[in-house]
Design a protein around this ligand. Structure first.
Ligand code: G4P
Ligand code: NA
Ligand code: NA
Length: 194
């Protein structure tokens, strides 16, 4: 998605060889027009998937997921992160380990909002090692919902998240795939047009 790549080149800050800061439009301040275009793009890519729900994680997945839900006309659920759960009866939950933060958190979704009748699109702002997306997939599995695929705004192609997800047989659509953050430069993966 050229508009997104341009925004990343113009406003993204390369903090290290593995971390890109995009606080000015995605992770802190949000650019609503860009989010709208992102929503339209995901809706087009998953137009024929029969999606009934979108599932993301708080907090930065919510903006792009909501815009996609608006275009597709379906509800958006965000998994909640919490340190410890006391009442797990009415929740689907999964443990998510963050290699970046070196901590495990538990994510959970109420059983009220995803059922075996649903076709769910997973979404997130970043895909790094894929642990968050795998947690969302586990929740969809627990609900016996059908998985339409995974929609990612920015994929770090040099980490193994997308292969982890594809190995499990799921389609991953990433709007921008970063090949490298070496030398303070963002280099995108060339798109293969089929
Ligand atoms: P993983 O789920 O793919 O394995 O990723 P990881 O544990 O490494 O990511 C932990 C958090 O860091 C996630 O946000 C993720 O979106 C974010 N993240 C990972 N790599 C980058 C990066 O290069 N740049 C930025 N800006 N964020 C990155 P989170 O803690 O869930 O926070 P939020 O959703 O509230 O923003
Ligand atoms: Na995130
Ligand atoms: Na984030």
């Amino acid at each position: 998605m050229d508009l997104l790549k341009k925004k990343i080149q113009d406003e993204g800050k390369v903090l290290s060889e593995s971390v890109l800061k995009v606080d000015s439009f995605l992770n802190h301040q949000i650019d609503p027009i860009l989010m709208q275009k992102i929503g339209e793009e995901f809706a087009a890519r998953f137009a024929d998937a029969g999606i009934t729900k979108i599932l993301t994680i708080e907090s930065s997945g919510i903006a792009p997921a909501t815009m996609t839900g608006l275009v597709l006309g379906v509800p958006v659920i965000f998994a909640r992160k919490r340190k410890s759960l006391t009442l797990t009866d009415h929740l689907y939950s999964a443990e998510v380990y963050s290699f970046t933060k070196k901590e495990t958190s538990e994510i959970s979704v109420s059983k009220d909002f995803i059922t075996s009748d649903d076709v769910v699109l997973m979404m997130d702002d970043f895909l790094a090692n894929g642990q968050a997306a795998l947690g969302l997939l586990s929740i969809a599995e627990q609900a016996k919902a059908k998985v339409a695929g995974v929609g990612i705004v920015i994929e770090k192609g040099f980490q193994n998240g997308s292969s982890q997800i594809r190995e499990r047989g799921f389609n991953v659509e990433s709007l921008a795939i970063i090949e490298s953050l070496a030398d303070g430069q963002v280099t995108f993966k060339e798109e293969v047009v089929s």
